[in-house]
Design a protein around this ligand. Structure first.
Ligand SMILES: C[S@@+](CC[C@H](N)C(=O)[O-])C[C@H]1O[C@@H](n2cnc3c(N)ncnc32)[C@H](O)[C@@H]1O
Length: 667
């Protein structure tokens, strides 16, 4: 494929996109060939008849083995899932055009689902039109730094852990050029505003990393608008790096008339910024899809000053109150049906309520007459909800190192922030979507507030963490093995050897995170100057009744390529090195079947005798296939106290309310 032409040649001085298109991509670089009709054709989806997901999952093409066999995408009842076969280019993650379909039609009550994958692809494949009530997105912003995911150690210190999933996501390169091109082509349904905005960005920013970032965001925002119900709302969380551009893009996609607020969240108390004011805030852009959007007013407590100056009266029972107007002011003008005499008093501009209402207020002791003979309404403080919530949120602290809800995910947002958003713009039973869900704050809060949810993330690390979070807080799982209720589905994880091999071929790190998730281990940090050399993951446990504080470890290595007895010898060496830190068992997880010499080498390591009275091979070899089909598992003391992940605090649940919401109706 021809690479991108010289910088700045794209649109020419007048921004004439169409004219300049050919020279930009070169003679054979007609990138829009396959995608040209993509957005324009949104009205041309397959009809609801036929083309449903078949049991064989044919629609997935190359990815089909990555989808859980029990995924709801496979024709679950009540889901009118249809696909269109036109090729959709993935503008960011691949340069090839994949043949995926797009799901269309309205969906009823989608089950809670966690998707592993690129949200653009997931939205197009799985999420139907107008089926989501509320979207919260907290995309990674345009940072030149690699997107490192940090993870908490068991001692709560942070250790960098190498996930380079987005290292070059926002570089201006051919993939970015494709994304940009698609965004420019995409405007048919948006009144041409998106192409205009993208062209404007191009003129201003040139072919820069920032343009690449905006080109990545544009198609995703368009998809998010598609999936949002007419009564839906969207909250885009960002920082000042790109917030001004993102707001313009949001205006382009959702319409400036649908902008409601820029919420300013004071995310930290102080920040050391040289020669400028401390940068302590994030922005959250709140848009609705239409004027009929769900809105539940939120309140904050009145300030002390307000209480002092306004609520300065006390009745005989000690209740604090203030006097409010019950008669109309000149500026309100007269209203014939509100002009009447009451207790020999006829206000010049009339009353604020009808006679019957006034009489009932008076009977309740809610009308007070001043010495000068003017009537007022009595408002008790204990009946007020507080002040209307402003768009300046300085009452929600960030997740600090001591926060109970802290899971060690570096960009984790506080639950209180999501609670406010979800309460304001959705009702119980509604569907909340977070397409960049990270460690699952929106998902966990949606679960807590009895909303349904959809979470998407492109790292297995995040997906694993969310699984643990949901288990720790709500005791729900995606599989019945834990003994808890199956509360959600996971789509996009390998379910068989072929899928695992495919993932390993695509991305070694993702494979490693996913494989460690199979045994509920956490990823070890790889850049602590060799401290974790030779250790991909760890499991922690306590099995010594005489020394309950002693933390023991299983150390894990994950191998996706060829393996030999040498790997087992290496693992034995690492186990020896890690002995002082409590490592007592080493596990080699391998895609390939182990050879006889490997097994012999492992057997030679001997046995770990637990104070609990159980014995376990010191070096174990487990195959991915055996773990997937349940025939193999780690041999280790089952102490019931696997302190591997930081635990999410157990959430208080209203189980009765949940049953009412999610149980099928009796009739
Ligand atoms: C800023 S974090 C979100 C943190 C989240 N709000 C929380 O409280 O944990 C952004 C997340 O987006 C994910 N991500 C980045 N690009 C993505 C994509 N194309 N599709 C899905 N997830 C993506 C990253 O893996 C990361 O977890």
């Amino acid at each position: 494929m021809t690479s991108v032409g010289a910088k700045g040649n794209h649109f020419g001085a007048n921004g004439n996109h169409v004219g300049a298109k050919r020279s930009y991509f070169g003679a054979n670089g007609n990138l829009n060939g396959a995608s040209e009709n993509h957005f324009g054709a949104t009205g041309n989806h397959f009809s609801a008849s036929g083309n449903h997901f078949g049991a064989n999952g044919d629609h997935f093409g190359a990815n089909k083995t990555l989808v859980r066999a029990n995924g709801w995408g496979q024709g679950a009842a009540g889901w009118p899932i249809t696909f269109r076969p036109d090729p959709i280019p993935d503008p960011i993650l691949s340069t090839r055009h994949h043949r995926a379909g797009r799901l269309t039609g309205h969906m009823e009550t989608p089950p809670n689902t966690l998707y592993y994958g690129d949200n653009l692809e997931i939205l197009r494949r799985y999420v139907g039109d107008e089926c989501v009530d509320l979207i919260y997105l907290d995309p990674p912003f345009n940072s030149n730094a690699d997107y490192n995911v940090l993870f908490a150690e068991k001692d709560h210190t942070e250790a960098a852990a190498q996930i380079m999933a987005f290292g070059d996501t926002w570089k201006w390169d051919e993939a970015a050029a494709r994304a940009f091109h698609e965004a420019v082509q995409s405007g048919a349904g948006q009144g041409g505003r998106v192409p205009a905005a993208m062209q404007g960005f191009h003129a201003m920013l040139g072919e820069s990393d920032m343009l690449a970032y905006l080109a990545m965001m544009a198609p995703r925002l368009i998809e998010l608008r598609r999936v949002l119900k007419p009564t839906g709302s969207i909250y885009l969380h960002c920082d000042p790096t790109a917030s001004h551009y993102l707001k313009m893009l949001m205006d382009a996609v959702f319409g400036a008339e649908n902008f409601r607020n820029e919420i300013v969240w004071k995310r930290t108390g102080s920040h050391n910024d040289a020669k400028r004011f401390a940068d302590v805030k994030d922005s959250i852009f709140y848009y609705v899809k239409s004027r009929g959007a769900i809105w539940n007013p939120q309140h904050v407590e009145h300030s002390e000053h307000y209480l002092k100056t306004h609520y300065n009266k006390k009745d005989t029972a000690g209740r604090i109150y203030r006097l409010d107007n019950i008669i109309r002011s000149a500026s309100m003008g007269p209203r014939p049906n509100l002009s009447y005499e009451y207790k020999e008093f006829t206000p010049k501009w009339g009353w604020r309520v009808k006679r019957e209402k006034l009489e009932s207020l008076d009977a309740d002791g809610r009308i007070e007459w001043t010495k000068s003979g003017t009537p007022y309404l009595v408002r008790y403080l204990d009946e007020q909800k507080g002040a209307a919530m402003p768009a300046l949120w300085d009452d929600i602290p960030p997740i600090n190192s001591q926060a109970q809800e802290r899971l060690g995910y570096p960009t984790q947002k506080p639950e209180a922030l999501l609670e406010r958003i979800i309460n304001a713009s959705s009702n119980e039973g509604d569907v909340v979507l977070d397409p960049f869900c990270g460690c699952g704050t929106a998902v966990a809060v949606a679960q807590k507030l009895n909303r349904r949810w959809i979470g998407i993330d492109v790292t297995h690390l995040a997906i694993n963490l969310i699984k643990h979070r949901l288990w720790d807080a709500f005791k729900v799982t995606d599989a019945p093995v834990e003994g808890g209720p199956v509360g959600y589905k996971v789509v996009g994880e390998p379910t068989d050897l072929k899928g695992a091999e495919q993932l390993a071929g695509e991305d070694r790190f993702q494979f490693q995170s996913w494989a460690l998730g199979l045994v509920k281990a956490r990823t070890a940090s790889s850049d602590r100057k060799g401290a974790d050399k030779g250790v991909d993951g760890r499991l922690f446990f306590h099995d010594d009744p005489d020394n309950v504080a002693a933390t023991k470890q299983v150390i894990l290595q994950v191998k996706s390529g060829k393996v030999s007895a040498r790997d087992v010898r290496d693992l034995k060496g690492v186990l020896d090195r890690e002995k002082a830190g409590g490592a007592v068992i080493g596990v080699l997880m391998t895609l390939e079947e182990p050879t006889a010499p490997m097994r012999a080498e492992a057997a030679g390591a001997g046995i770990y005798d637990s104070p609990w009275g159980t014995s376990h091979a010191k070096v174990q070899i487990l195959t991915i296939e055996g773990l997937l089909n349940g025939t193999e598992r780690i041999g280790m003391p089952q102490t019931g106290d696997l302190r591997t992940f930081r635990k999410a605090p157990r959430a208080k649940r209203d189980r009765k309310r949940e049953r009412e919401l999610f149980d099928p109706a009796d009739d």
